[in-house]
Design a protein around this ligand. Sequence first.
Ligand code: C5P
Length: 298
Amino acid sequence: MRFRWRGPSLVIDTPAKLNLHLEVLGRRGDGFHELETVMVSVGLYDTLELTPAIAGIRLSCLYGGQRGPIHLPTADKENLVVRAASRLQDLCGVSPGVRIRLTKRIPMEAGMGGGSSDAAAALMGLNHLWRLGLDRAAMHRAAAHLGSDVNFFLDSPVVAVCRGRGERIEPREFRGALWFVVVKPPVGLSTAEVFRNYRLPEAKQRTASDILSALQSGSVGRCGEALFNALQSQAEEQSPPVVQALRELRSQRVAGAAMTGSGTACFAVCRDRRHAECVASVVRQRDVGAVYVVRTSA
Ligand code: C5P
């Protein structure tokens, strides 16, 4: 997450994530699933501009995606950013307001954590702007209340193992850089629906140790081979564009490809930036969705 001031406004660039490993360990009593996942922050950013106001929370959205800016309707109380701001107001009993301008670049219903990343940025920014002084533990409690992926973005580690329903974060050392090509098919999938339809296998399939040791080794080939997402076959069943995106990525000479989160975005691990640009330019011609070249965030 990157912070800067523009006059009285606090501007925050907040990243996307990819899941390099996602295993579902079981179904819990609270309706969630127990996970073990390895997430990386990648350099595709939404931007929040927070401007102090006398009262109220107002949000406006601009979609800065590949097809040029389209204004989205002003988001309502269901929006995670608005919910993050109200949560802080309730927690701290504060009344000051804020105007929030959100520029979306991270594709939605993609499994790239865009909404969660925006919520984490709102928590971090407003804790500062409203001088609330909430400590790290309180911020993490507020984040977990908002959604399973929000905690990851609070600290934005480059690599972390996430457990529980995704909210327990263990950052891991990673000094290298990985380059990815991401394809976001034109259709999205609802996270809740993918989890609802997921059939737990008899035995746990994979542990995070393969991808973690591959990351440590710095071998792009090993990272590609170690990719795993337990939700992928379910998403492929629900959404043929996921199958097509993976097929196109794998038809290039990439180290490996997988879906991220509950989809529908899929990604391939590439040797370096040049390789990623080449793969992206071929895949763009196949019309399988929006194509992005991203690297692990610095
Ligand atoms: O936490 P979040 O709001 O992102 O989750 C959306 C939905 O995805 C949940 O309501 C739940 O149905 C499902 N989910 C789950 N197990 C998780 C995370 C999400 O079943 N660990």
